[in-house]
Design a protein around this ligand. Structure first.
Ligand code: MBD
Ligand code: FE
Length: 284
C-alpha cells in the first residue's frame, strides 16, 4: 500500500457487485414453485430454529440482535458472500455426490461469465509488473473414459497478491486474472499467472461483524477458481489450493478437499513455480 489516495475496498462495494452479478446469472430462472417442496423445506428449517430457541432460551435482546444483523446483511449486499461462505459447500456436496471425475467445490460470489478467450498456452490478463510469484498451471482435460477433450474450456479466475478480485474491488483492470483458456486438440492447456494471496472476508461489513462476534477467523486459503467444460460433458466448478498454504486446513468456507491441493515445484524456466493438474469430466 503506497498510494493512500486509492479508493479502499469496502464490504458494501464488493457486496453490491456480488449481488448484481448473482442477479444476472441465477440458476433458478424458470424453476417452478412446488408448493409441497417449499412447505417441507421451510417448515423443517423453521422447526430447527424453534428447537434452537427453546434449547438455548434465546432472549428478546438476542432476537433483536439477529433481526438487525439480518437487515444489515441485505443493506451491505452481503447475502451472496454469507451464503457462499457458510451454506454453499453442502449444496455442492449434494449436487456432485454421484460424480466419477474430478472433484468440484463451491463457486463463491466472484465468478463473472464471458471472460476473455485465450489460446491453449496463455498468460492471464494482468497489470504490468503484477505482484506475486509467477505460476505455470498446466494440464489436460479428458473424459472419464480417458478420451482427450479437444477444445475444452478452462475458465479461471483468482485473487491478486493482495487477495482482491477484479470487478469486486476498486482500481483493478476489468478482467485482471480472469480468462477462458481453450485447450488444444489433445485437451492440454498451459496457463501463466501469478499465485493468489489468501482471501480475507471484508472486516467492515456484516459478515465481518459475525466473524468477530463469534471469535472466528476471516480467512480462505489462497485458491484458483475454475470452471471446466466440454460438449457432451458435465461442467465442473472447482477450486485448487496450495499445499502448506495458510488456512488450507481451516477454510472459513469449508471448501477444501484433499484432492484439490496442489503441490507446485520450481518452474522449469527458473521463474516462479509450476504445477500440473488434469481434469476428468463426467459424461452429461
Ligand atoms: C471467495 O474468494 C470465495 O472463493 C468464496 C467461496 C467466498 C468468499 C470469497
Ligand atoms: Fe475465491
Amino acid at each position: 500500500m503506497t498510494d493512500t489516495t486509492l479508493e479502499q475496498a469496502t464490504a458494501a462495494a464488493s457486496g453490491a457487485a456480488a449481488t448484481e452479478q448473482f442477479r444476472s446469472k441465477q440458476r433458478s430462472a424458470g424453476i417452478d414453485a412446488d408448493t409441497k417442496r417449499v412447505d417441507t423445506l421451510v417448515t423443517e428449517l423453521l422447526t430447527a430454529a424453534y428447537d434452537i430457541i427453546r434449547r438455548h432460551k434465546v432472549t428478546y435482546a438476542e432476537y433483536d440482535v439477529l433481526k438487525s444483523w439480518l437487515i444489515q446483511v441485505g443493506e451491505d449486499g452481503e447475502w451472496p458472500l454469507f451464503l457462499d461462505v457458510w451454506l454453499e459447500h453442502v449444496v455442492e456436496e449434494v449436487a456432485n455426490e454421484n460424480r466419477e471425475g474430478s472433484k468440484g467445490t463451491i463457486e463463491g460470489p466472484y465468478y463473472v461469465p464471458d471472460s476473455p478467450v485465450l489460446s491453449a498456452e496463455a498468460t492471464l490478463p494482468m497489470r504490468e509488473g503484477e505482484k506475486g510469484t509467477p505460476l505455470l498451471f498446466q494440464g489436460q482435460v479428458t473424459s472419464v473414459d480417458g478420451t482427450p477433450l479437444a477444445g475444452a474450456k478452462v475458465e479461471i479466475w483468482h485473487a491478486d497478491s493482495d487477495g482482491l478480485y477484479s470487478q469486486f474491488a476498486p482500481n483493478l483492470p476489468e478482467w485482471n486474472l480472469r480468462g477462458t483458456v481453450v485447450a488444444d486438440d489433445t485437451g492440454h492447456f498451459r496457463i501463466h499467472t501469478i499465485e493468489p494471496a489468501p482471501y480475507q472476508i471484508p472486516t467492515d461489513g456484516s459478515c465481518g461483524k459475525l466473524i468477530a462476534a463469534a471469535g472466528w477467523h476471516a480467512w480462505r486459503p489462497a485458491h484458483l477458481h475454475l470452471k471446466v467444460s466440454a460438449p457432451g460433458h458435465r461442467l465442473i466448478t472447482t477450486q485448487l489450493y496450495f499445499k502448506g498454504g495458510t488456512h488450507v486446513s481451516d477454510d472459513i468456507a469449508s471448501a477444501v478437499k484433499p484432492e484439490l491441493i496442489l503441490d507446485p515445484g520450481p518452474a522449469a524456466n527458473g521463474n516462479g513455480r509450476e504445477v500440473t493438474y488434469d481434469f476428468v469430466l463426467d459424461k452429461a
